[in-house]
Design a protein around this ligand. Structure first.
Ligand SMILES: Cc1cc2nc3c(=O)[nH]c(=O)nc-3n(C[C@H](O)[C@H](O)[C@H](O)COP(=O)(O)OP(=O)(O)OC[C@H]3O[C@@H](n4cnc5c(N)ncnc54)[C@H](O)[C@@H]3O)c2cc1C
Length: 473
C-alpha cells in the first residue's frame, strides 16, 4: 500500500515552493506530502541576526504553505530521531530533501541517509541550492579550482537545467502529525531591540524575492557593471538575503539573467559572474572545509595577528568609530540595516586585517552576528580574500586605502552623509538613527566630535607591510 504512504519533505534553507526539487518530486508521487522543518543542533551556532532572520523565513514559509492548503510541521531536536519518530507516526516510506554543503550538514545528512536506508526508508537528496554541484566544475586534471577566473570560464559553459515550477497541488495526509510550537521558537531570539531596527530593511519571502529579481532585471541590470561599486547607488540586486534562506534559488536568478545576457543586455555578464562567486565559495567550502575556521594557507598561522577581541581598535571598528569615514559608514550601515555594500565589506575587512592587523576571524564573528544575508561560504571566502590568507586572495601587500576609495566610490559624499552624523550640521536621518540604535553602554552621541583615525592610512599600511616583509614564512 505504498501508494497511500506519505512522503516527508525535510525543509531546510530552501524556503520556497518554486524550483524546489525535493518538494516537486514529492508532489509528483501523487502521495500525501508532509513538509517538516527541524530546529536541530546545526542551528545552534548561528549568530543573532541570521538566527532571527531564519526564524522569520520559516514562519513566512509556513504561512505560504498554509495558503496552498498544506502545512509546515515544526519539530525541535536532532534530525535523525525526529525523522525516525515522524516516519513511525505517519507510516511514511520516503524522506526527501535538497542538499546542503556545510561540513556539519554533510555529516548529518550522510548519517540520516544511511540510518533511514537501514530501516528501509527511501532517503533521497536533490540538487536545489546551487547552480553547479561543487564536484561538477572540475579542472582538466579532475581536481577542484583554487582560482576564480578559470572556475568561471569553465562554469559559464556548463549546461544548467530549467527552473522547476511550483507543485500544482500538495496532497495532505489524512491526519497531520503534531507540531512543536513554531511561534514560540520563532519569537525566542537574541536580537532584542535590534529586531525592530533591522526589520524595515528585510527582504522576506519567496514572492518578495521574485519581485526584486524582476525589478532588478528591468531597472538596474543594464547599468550594473558601471554602478555596482558605488555604495550610495541602489545598483545591486540585494538578493543575497533571500538566497541565504533559499527563498529564491540561484538557478532562478541564473536563468533569468542568462537570457538577458544572450540578448546583449549590458551588465548581465558581470552580474552572472558575481553570482558565480557564490558558487565558487561553495566549491571551496566543499573541497577545503577548513576555509571556514582556519587560514586557508597554513603558513599564515605564523603571522602576528592581533587576536584580542577587546582591543580598543577592534572595539572602535565594531562601533564605527575608527576615524576612517568609509570604514565607519559601512560599519554603521551594517548595524542599522543588517547589510553592507560589497565595496564596504572589502574596505572594512581590509582595514581590520591590514591597518589594524587583526585576525580575520574576529571580523568574521562580528559579521556572522550582524548580517541578515550571512552565508558561511561567502563570508569565510570574503574574509580570507581580504586578509590575504585565502585561495585566490588579494595579495597581502595590496592594501586598500579607505580614503582614496571613498573619493573614488563616493565622490559626492552621499554615502558618508548617510551614515556619519558627527560634524555634519544637516546630519541625515539614518546617520542620526545609528545613535538611537546602538546600545547605551557604548556611550556615543551624534553630537560628539568625529574621532581622529585610530591608525592612519600611512601608519597602518607601513606597519602591515613591515610585518609582512619580516614574516617567518
Ligand atoms: C568580508 C566579506 C564578507 C562577505 N560576507 C557575505 C555573506 O555573509 N553573505 C553573502 O551572501 N555574501 C557575502 N559577501 C559577498 C558580497 O559582499 C555579497 O554577496 C553582496 O554584497 C550581496 O549584495 P547583492 O545581493 O546586492 O549582490 P549583487 O551585486 O546583486 O550580486 C548578486 C549575487 O551574487 C553573489 N555575490 C556577489 N558578490 C559576491 C562575492 N564577492 N562573494 C560571493 N558571492 C557574491 C551574491 O549571492 C549576490 O546576491 C562578503 C564579501 C566580503 C568581502
Amino acid at each position: 500500500m505504498t501508494a497511500r504512504k506519505p512522503v516527508i519533505v525535510w525543509i531546510r534553507r530552501d524556503l520556497r515552493l518554486a524550483d524546489n526539487p525535493a518538494l516537486l518530486e514529492a508532489a509528483r508521487t501523487g502521495r500525501s506530502v508532509i513538509p517538516v522543518f527541524i530546529a536541530d543542533g546545526t542551528l545552534a551556532g548561528l549568530g543573532a541576526a541570521p538566527e532571527w532572520r531564519l526564524k522569520l523565513g520559516v514562519q513566512h514559509f509556513a504561512e505560504t504553505l498554509r495558503r496552498t492548503g498544506s502545512r509546515l510541521l515544526f519539530r525541535q531536536g536532532e534530525a535523525l530521531p525526529v525523522l525516525r519518530a515522524l516516519v513511525a507516526e505517519t507510516g511514511a516510506t520516503d524522506v526527501y530533501w535538497n542538499r546542503a554543503y556545510h561540513p556539519d550538514e554533510i555529516a548529518r545528512d550522510s548519517e540520516v541517509k544511511s540510518e533511514l536506508k537501514a530501516i528501509e526508508i527511501t532517503a533521497k537528496s536533490f540538487p536545489g541550492n546551487l547552480i553547479f554541484e561543487p564536484w561538477q566544475v572540475q579542472t582538466g586534471a579532475g581536481g577542484f579550482y583554487r582560482v576564480f577566473t578559470p572556475f568561471w570560464k569553465n562554469a559559464r559553459g556548463l549546461p544548467v537545467s530549467d527552473v522547476m515550477p511550483a507543485p500544482q497541488t500538495l496532497r495532505v495526509p489524512d491526519h497531520w502529525p503534531a507540531s512543536d510550537n513554531l511561534a514560540a521558537w520563532a519569537s525566542r531570539h537574541r536580537m532584542n531591540r535590534g529586531a525592530a531596527i533591522v526589520a524595515p530593511y528585510l527582504l522576506l519571502g519567496e514572492q518578495a524575492a521574485q519581485h526584486r529579481l524582476q525589478a532588478f532585471c528591468d531597472e538596474r541590470l543594464q547599468d550594473y557593471a558601471r554602478d555596482r561599486d558605488f555604495p550610495a547607488k541602489p545598483a545591486t540586486s540585494g538578493l543575497s538575503e533571500p538566497l541565504a534562506y533559499g527563498e529564491i534559488s540561484p538557478r532562478q536568478i541564473w536563468q533569468r539573467a542568462k537570457v538577458l545576457w544572450e540578448q546583449g543586455v549590458g551588465g548581465a555578464e558581470t552580474f552572472l559572474k558575481e553570482l558565480v562567486w557564490r558558487e565558487f565559495a561553495y566549491h571551496l567550502m566543499y573541497h577545503t572545509p577548513h576555509i571556514l575556521t582556519r587560514n586557508w594557507r597554513a603558513e599564515w598561522d605564523a603571522f602576528p595577528w592581533n587576536t584580542d577581541e577587546n582591543h580598543p581598535h577592534v572595539i572602535a571598528w565594531k562601533q564605527g568609530r575608527t576615524g576612517m569615514p568609509f570604514v565607519d559608514a559601512a560599519m554603521r550601515e551594517l548595524y542599522v540595516t543588517g547589510r553592507m555594500h560589497n565595496r564596504g565589506r572589502m574596505i572594512v575587512a581590509s582595514y581590520l586585517t591590514k591597518h589594524l592587523m587583526t585576525d580575520w576571524r574576529i571580523g568574521q564573528r562580528w559579521f556572522s552576528d550582524c548580517l541578515t544575508d550571512w552565508d558561511p561560504a561567502s563570508n569565510a571566502m570574503g574574509w580570507q580574500w581580504a586578509a590575504g590568507c585565502g585561495p585566490d586572495a588579494a595579495p597581502y601587500f595590496r592594501v586598500f586605502n579607505p580614503e582614496t576609495q571613498l573619493q573614488k566610490f563616493d565622490p559626492g559624499g552621499t554615502y558618508r552623509h548617510a551614515w556619519i552624523a558627527e560634524g555634519d550640521l544637516c546630519a541625515s536621518e539614518t546617520a542620526q538613527y545609528y545613535f538611537k540604535a546602538i546600545p547605551r553602554s557604548w556611550h556615543l552621541q551624534a553630537g560628539n566630535t568625529y574621532p581622529a583615525p585610530v591608525v592612519t592610512v600611512k601608519d597602518g599600511r607601513e606597519r602591515a607591510l613591515s610585518a609582512y616583509e619580516t614574516r617567518s614564512f
